[in-house]
Design a protein around this ligand. Sequence first.
Ligand SMILES: *Cc1c(COP(=O)(O)O)cnc(C)c1O
Length: 371
Amino acid sequence: MTFPPIREELRGIEPYGAPQLDVSVQLNVNENPYGPSPAVVADIAESVATAAATLNRYPDREFTDLRAALADYLNRDLDTSASQGITPEQVWAANGSNEVMLQLLQAFGGPGRTALSFAPTYSMYPEYARDAMTGWVVGRRESDFSLDLDAARELILEHRPHVVLLPSPNNPTGTALPPEAVSMLCEAAANDEHCGIVVVDEAYGEFRREGTPSAVEMLPKHRNLVVSRTMSKAFALAGARLGYFAAASEICDAVRVVRLPYHLSAVTQATALAALRHAPELLGRVDDLRRARDETVGWLRDQGLEVADSDANFVLFGTFEDRHAVWQALLDLGVLIRETGPDGWLRVSIGTPEEMKSFKNALSEVMEESK
Ligand SMILES: *Cc1c(COP(=O)(O)O)cnc(C)c1O
């Protein structure tokens, strides 16, 4: 008898997670390096105190106020004179976009169904598929990490996936999808007999470069499109655990069937609502981070390294014969980055100017030594 009697396909598997190490420069999980101001902290604390007085009761199961505030936030970026904009019924939220995507797979995946993505991609996707007992099909990106649209369409027509998962900007490469790619994928995923949903994961959407549109703008055109967002990255609120998506209201209603009742605590709802009231301030450093990202890309290229173009708050660079040795040497110098992506590549999140200086000094030292 084997104990515990865990599902066969989970036996011996290590739980996912980047190392959480106590070092001075942490550039490994794409957090926003700038914490909330005292004014934001005070508003969150006051809102949570008010919520605390009600904690004997279950929270609003439909998180009505939060859905309305998130819809307002998305509509700020949209030309709402051209369409009616996103309504609260088109917004769904959960404890991080990781939970959002698991719920999508619980509702739209499942035994006998498949989810599809294109590698290199977010390493959690195959885990959601596994946990929701959904088949997993993975195509490949080009050597510059873009998508070959014809090959992507063919793969979709061949496998008829029920869920297509695509981060844009992609993690770990930073590559954004052009709008024509989103349209093509939505059309390929749905025909008369079969309708799959296409989830564009815009966890890093706010960091995209000038001229790169958000897939939110395409929602009126494609009813099988889901655009997922998070407050963890640009919004500087990773600790609050709040992710959300915008889609047709029918998709939200389908997810409501599988969500656990009261999944968003009153404390979480109060925190997210307070943070949304301070959106301009919390997002205030995004432009600084984008500039630092472009500067980091340039600097890494000047060192003779290969660097992927990035629309996100991180940069993938390489290639190293022994990337683990480079990662470890940087860690020994107090700089934690991420060993992820295709063989030979490493990923660094964009931190404060001081943190980036430490990163550059450490990498220069490590590269000098390995010569
Ligand atoms: C960080 C990240 C998320 C966000 O996760 P949360 O659960 O919202 O913190 C989602 N997708 C990708 C691709 C990410 O890198």
